[in-house]
Write a protein that binds this ligand. Structure first.
Ligand SMILES: Nc1nc2c(ncn2[C@@H]2O[C@H](COP(=O)(O)OP(=O)(O)OP(=O)(O)O)[C@@H](O)[C@H]2O)c(=O)[nH]1
Ligand SMILES: [Mg+2]
Length: 263
């Protein structure tokens, strides 16, 4: 990320290769997070399936119309968030060992619409490892992937806006694409602390100069699922009843889940 040469690489179109489902090299592990009590009720992307693991950008699905990427510090809860949104416990690899997701993991959420689980940052021990990971895959993906409609940055609510988060935000902001921050593991702090941190992070990001929104999220308690889904569906072009004034999806998913998210 520190390599400004790489960051300024002009966007170029990517080869259009058709995605072929392959088996993930990593076996999904149990998350330890209980499945929803009410299957079908509070998971807004129920058709989500693992599609493919991509080690080189040119292998990314060529048929993609829109995709949303999940990025953040290692162990912040990216894979858990994807599992939670899909309502499946073993879809994205969830690990107690930071840094297990090293490639781009593609999940199909609807025809030609994808979630992309990105490698966690802040795990590599040596600066050259960070550089290698960034220059090789993460940087070019975020810089050139035209189908990327928005970036979800996951931050552990107990330590939001780390130096790496700021670097990511400041680097990504000039692309003009939207950013949505999930303050994850909200269940780990009190309600009062949640409110305080949410307010503080919003204030800190106010001057960034790019469209950035922030919310509380917990995969464990399923907090904030509907709110997150509203943003992602809009980015993916999956809501046809978007209200012009508010920009919010008034559809059945948002309405049905409001009660669940009060937690
Ligand atoms: N209490 C609590 N634990 C969570 C939550 N989300 C994730 N975890 C736990 O945090 C750990 C890391 O979660 P992951 O989803 O694997 O994190 P990640 O960001 O994908 O990690 P990397 O792929 O290694 O970068 C796991 O032990 C999860 O069970 C949450 O909302 N609440
Ligand atoms: Mg992961």
């Amino acid at each position: 990320m520190s390599n400004s040469q790489t960051l300024k690489t002009p966007a170029k179109s990517l080869p259009k290769n058709k995605a072929t489902p392959v088996k993930s090299g990593e076996k999904p592990a149990h998350t330890g997070i209980a499945p929803p009590k009410n299957p079908g009720h509070s998971h807004p992307f129920p058709r989500t399936e693992f599609l493919t693991t991509v080690a080189r950008l040119r292998d990314a699905p060529g048929d993609a119309v829109a995709e949303v990427a999940f990025v953040g510090r290692s162990n912040a809860g990216k894979s858990s968030a994807i599992n939670t949104l899909a309502g499946k416990t073993r879809l994205a690899y969830v690990s107690k060992t930071p840094g297990r997701t090293q490639h781009l993991n593609y999940f199909s959420v609807a025809p030609d619409r994808y979630f992309v689980d990105l490698p966690g940052y802040g795990f590599a021990k040596a600066p050259q490892d960070v550089r290698k990971q960034w220059d090789g895959l993460l940087g070019p993906y975020l810089q050139t992937r035209e189908q990327l409609k928005g970036l979800v940055i996951i931050m552990d609510i107990r330590r939001p806006l780390t130096e790496m988060d700021w670097q990511m935000l400041e680097w990504f902001a000039p692309t003009g694409r939207a950013v949505h921050v999930l303050l994850s593991k909200a269940d780990k702090v009190s309600r009062q602390e949640q409110t305080k941190t949410l307010r503080q992070v919003k204030a800190d990001l106010a001057d960034l100069g790019c469209p950035v929104s922030v919310q509380l999220f917990s995969s464990l308690k399923r907090t904030g699922v509907a709110e997150a889904a509203t943003v992602m569906k809009r980015w993916l072009g999956l809501c046809d009843n978007v209200t012009k004034e508010t920009g919010l999806d008034d559809g059945p998913i948002g309405a049905a889940e409001k009660e669940e998210d009060v937690d």
